[in-house]
Design a protein around this ligand. Structure first.
Ligand SMILES: Cc1ncc(C[n+]2csc(CCO)c2C)c(N)n1
Length: 221
């Protein structure tokens, strides 16, 4: 199993993400502030799960090089995305200390639980597959939107710059290379599991955009 085959099977899901009206509106600089605010609030909650998932994934890693890489990534989530979120929060009028607090949307919870379940089950490759769409789709979106020309709105511009930047691209390459190295000799049963987990994460990525764009109708707590 290689990432390229996951990428191939995800084509339909990828197309509906890149054409999502929220993704398009970020690129055009026309996204409503309230929608972006909902997104950033939910994303901050999502990242709390995500970072912990990476740390636990490090503990499942089959070798030390993989463990170190994943631990570094767990920390980077807060450096890179944390900074982006903090400055976005200031612009969006999210009060100090309120970012990453408040009601968790149903999709935020379901996506987080999906990733957490994989690391709790303890099989390394399916758990790694759960975080691949997160890395990969944002790099694709960032690169595509950057190619269309940056919008004037600083908030949206900065968002695109993070996900189209070299630093982020390097991070995605590291994770994809890790997958390719460790999934090289995977068996049929494991591949089927990897594909199922990956497919669900792709669906959740799309639903995460839906959740913010349509306004949240379900709150879990
Ligand atoms: C729903 C959702 N999916 C993906 C990302 C992007 N992302 C989150 S953490 C991380 C790892 C590197 O920092 C990446 C790429 C996001 N922010 N929100």
């Amino acid at each position: 199993m290689q990432f390229a085959s996951l990428r191939e099977r995800a084509e339909k899901d990828w197309q509906r993400i890149r054409q999502h009206p929220m993704v398009v509106a970020i690129g055009q600089g026309t996204l409503e502030r309230s929608v972006f605010r909902t997104f950033i609030q939910q994303d901050a909650l999502y990242l709390q799960d995500f970072s912990r998932v990476l740390a636990r994934l490090a503990s499942l890693a089959p070798d030390i090089a993989a463990a170190r890489l994943l631990l570094a990534h767990a920390d980077t989530v807060f450096q890179v995305e944390g900074e982006l979120h903090q400055s976005a929060a200031r612009d969006l009028g999210i009060l100090e200390g309120q970012l990453g607090r408040g009601p968790k949307g149903l999709i935020t919870k379901a996506y987080g639980d999906h990733m957490v379940r994989q690391v709790m089950q303890g099989a390394f490759l399916p758990a790694l597959a759960a975080v691949l769409p997160c890395y990969w789709t944002y790099a694709e979106i960032g690169t595509e939107l950057y190619g269309l020309g940056l919008p004037e709105d600083k908030l949206l511009r900065d968002w695109i710059l993070v996900y189209s930047g070299d630093e982020y691209r390097r991070a995605v390459d590291e994770i994809v290379s890790l997958f390719d190295r460790l999934a090289g000799a995977s068996g049929k049963d494991e591949d089927a599991q990897v594909e199922e987990v990956f497919d669900w994460s792709m669906i959740y990525e799309w639903l995460f955009w839906e959740q913010a764009y349509n306004g949240q109708q379900f709150f879990v707590n």
